[in-house]
Design a protein around this ligand. Structure first.
Ligand code: SAM
Length: 277
C-alpha cells in the first residue's frame, strides 16, 4: 500500500495544451500555508487553474503567490497574490516558529541547512547575529542551544517587527537582545564568542565591526559572501584575513561551505574563521 502524490502536470492534463504542460513549474516553495511559485509568462493566463491545482495538492495551504524575485539591501521579495488574501503566516522548521508576511520579508529554502547547522552552536556563548532578519539564525540558536545571550541586529523596520514577534512566539525574550539599526553603527564591541554575518551583497564591508565584536579571548565568525566560482577559495579568505589584520588581529580559516548557486557562475558560500588576538 503506497500513496503516490499526483503531479501538477497530471492534474492539469486535459485542461492545458501539451506545450503549456511542458511550461509548468516543476518546483515551488511552501512557507507556512502559502505556496510561492514562478509561473512563466507564456502560461500566465492559466494562473488560476494552476493555483487551484496547487491548493488541491496541499490542502493545508490557503494562498498562492507568484514570485518575481528578491530585491535590494533589505532583501524584500516582489510577490503578488494569485489566490487567497492572507499574506502573513507562521512557518515551522526544525522546532522553530517563524512568523512573517511573505510579501514583505524573505525566507530562503536554500539556507535551511545553514539555519540547522547554526542551531548546534551557541551553548554558554554570547552570539552576535548581525543581519538577523526575522530571526533566521537567532531563533534556532535560542531554541536549540543554551546561549548566554544573542544580540540580534536588523535595520529593516518590517523585518525587525517580525524579529520581535518571533522572539516572543519562541519564548526567547530572556536570551535575545534585539537592536533595530545599521550593524555598521550598533554592533557591540568585544563581547562575542560567535558572530553571524548572514547577508550577501556587500557583507565584506561589515567585517570590521564583526571582527571588533569578537571578545579578546577569541571567537568564531560565520561570514557569508556571493563569489564568482573561480574566486571561491581565494577572495572570501583574503577579505577576512585582511580585515582581521586591519583590526590588529589574526584570522584562521576553519571551513568553507557552498550554500547554493546564487546566479550563473556565482556561489553563495559561508566561511567559518577563528578570530584571535
Ligand atoms: N540568512 C537569511 C536566511 O536564512 O534566509 C537571509 C538573509 S537576511 C534576509 C539579511 C537581512 O539583513 C535583511 O533582513 C536585511 O534587512 C538585513 N540588513 C542588510 N543590511 C543591514 C545592515 N547594514 N544592518 C542591519 N541589517 C541589515
Amino acid at each position: 500500500h503506497y500513496f503516490q502524490k499526483i503531479s501538477l502536470k497530471d492534474r492539469l492534463d486535459g485542461e492545458l495544451e501539451e506545450h503549456e504542460l511542458q511550461l509548468l513549474p516543476s518546483g515551488w516553495q511552501i512557507i507556512g500555508d502559502i505556496i510561492i511559485v514562478n509561473i512563466p509568462e507564456k502560461i500566465w493566463d492559466k494562473k488560476y487553474l494552476i493555483a487551484a491545482s496547487l491548493l488541491d495538492m496541499y490542502p493545508n495551504c490557503k494562498t498562492v503567490m507568484q514570485d518575481h524575485g528578491i530585491k535590494g539591501q533589505y532583501r524584500t521579495p516582489d510577490r503578488e497574490i494569485i489566490v487567497g488574501s492572507c499574506t502573513e503566516t507562521v512557518h515551522k522548521e526544525n522546532g522553530c516558529l517563524f512568523k512573517m508576511d511573505a510579501t514583505k520579508v524573505m525566507f530562503s529554502k536554500g539556507n535551511m541547512a545553514e539555519r540547522t547547522l547554526m542551531s548546534a552552536y551557541g551553548d554558554d556563548e554570547t552570539v552576535v547575529d548581525m543581519f538577523a532578519g526575522i530571526g533566521y539564525f537567532t531563533i534556532p540558536i535560542a531554541t536549540h542551544a543554551n546561549p548566554e545571550k544573542i544580540v540580534s541586529i536588523e535595520m529593516n523596520p518590517m523585518a525587525y517587527e517580525y524579529l520581535l514577534k518571533n522572539i516572543k512566539l519562541n519564548h526567547a525574550e530572556n536570551i535575545v537582545e534585539p537592536r533595530n539599526g545599521d550593524c555598521m553603527d550598533v554592533t557591540p564591541e568585544g563581547i562575542a564568542d560567535r558572530v553571524i554575518m548572514g547577508y550577501v551583497g556587500t557583507t565584506h564591508k561589515y567585517l570590521k565591526p564583526a571582527i571588533n565584536a569578537v571578545k579578546s579571548e577569541g571567537g568564531v565568525l560565520h561570514y557569508h559572501e556571493t563569489v564568482p566560482e573561480d574566486l571561491i577559495y581565494k577572495r572570501p579568505f583574503e577579505r577576512i584575513e585582511n580585515a582581521a589584520r586591519g583590526s590588529g588581529r589574526y584570522a584562521e580559516i576553519l571551513e568553507l561551505r557552498k550554500i547554493k548557486k546564487y546566479s550563473p557562475g556565482v556561489w553563495h558560500v559561508v566561511v567559518d574563521a577563528a578570530i584571535k588576538d
